[in-house]
Design a protein. Structure first.
Length: 243
């Protein structure tokens, strides 16, 4: 009976410690699952779509033959020219940069201090050795080399809208494209100024002809996190690391 009672007590004690641990494990799994869930990327207001300006409808004057709203335009330029019109940007960006730096410094310093003379004689030690004569030598050398090379290529198409028509007829355009993939999100954003003369017959313009162009390409999610260093690695590679 005593053995059975001790066994029951041990089981009760074990359950007392096991249940909070199980609950804690379940909470950790729930937080991990919530952290792994990716939310769709929110659009950037700086690249928001610009809607056409609403204008008051013109008065309708129907005649015996012509009726308003039934006309067919045979010769009309379909290229963007008004606020809210859609324009296709052909991304054709290629940048290459190379930089190399070499630094080398060297310095040598020497100081000789002769033994002082007192009353025509040098100060000796007990055995006649000169005591205050000093000879100091210092060498300092530094050799540093650095090489940096970067090459970027961006191609594709992106539809944007006309945000503003300037006084000289140039158009400020902006737009973005958001792609939600199975392991994260990717986005392409562009804004700039376009000349009407640079727009082709297919209502497209090269990104190299966009003035004051701001092109942003990036992503978020598991793939982007896998290509980024951790916070400790970034600390060792930053300028804060003293060595």
């Amino acid at each position: 009976m005593m053995i059975a009672k001790l066994t029951d007590d041990n089981r009760a004690t074990a359950n007392l410690w096991t249940r909070p641990l199980i609950s804690l494990g379940v909470l950790i799994m729930l937080f991990a699952a919530a952290g792994c869930a990716t939310k769709p990327m929110a659009p950037d207001p700086a690249f928001a779509v610009t809607k056409p300006v609403a204008t008051a409808p013109a008065p309708v004057h129907d005649g015996a033959i012509f009726h308003a709203g039934t006309d067919v335009v045979l010769f009309e330029d379909l290229r963007a020219r008004r606020i809210g019109d859609i324009l296709t940007i052909v991304l054709s960006e290629r940048t290459t940069a190379n930089k190399q730096a070499n630094t080398s410094t060297s310095r040598e310093t020497g100081v000789d201090i002769a033994n002082p003379t007192l009353f025509g004689r040098q100060l000796p030690l007990g055995n006649g050795t000169e005591t205050l004569e000093q000879n100091l030598q210092s060498d300092n050398e530094f050799d540093g080399q650095g090489t940096s090379s970067q090459s970027n290529t961006l191609s594709g198409t992106l539809a944007v809208t006309v945000a503003e028509v300037l006084a000289n007829g140039y158009m400020m355009v902006r737009g973005e494209k958001l792609l939600t993939l199975n392991q994260g999100d990717e986005y392409v954003r562009i804004s700039g100024i376009v000349r009407p003369e640079d727009i082709g017959p297919d209502n497209s313009v090269l990104s190299t002809q966009v003035a004051n162009a701001r092109i942003v390409y990036g992503g978020k999610g598991a793939l982007a996190d896998a290509n980024a260093n951790g916070w400790l690695a970034r600390f060792f590679q930053s300028s804060w690391w003293p060595w």
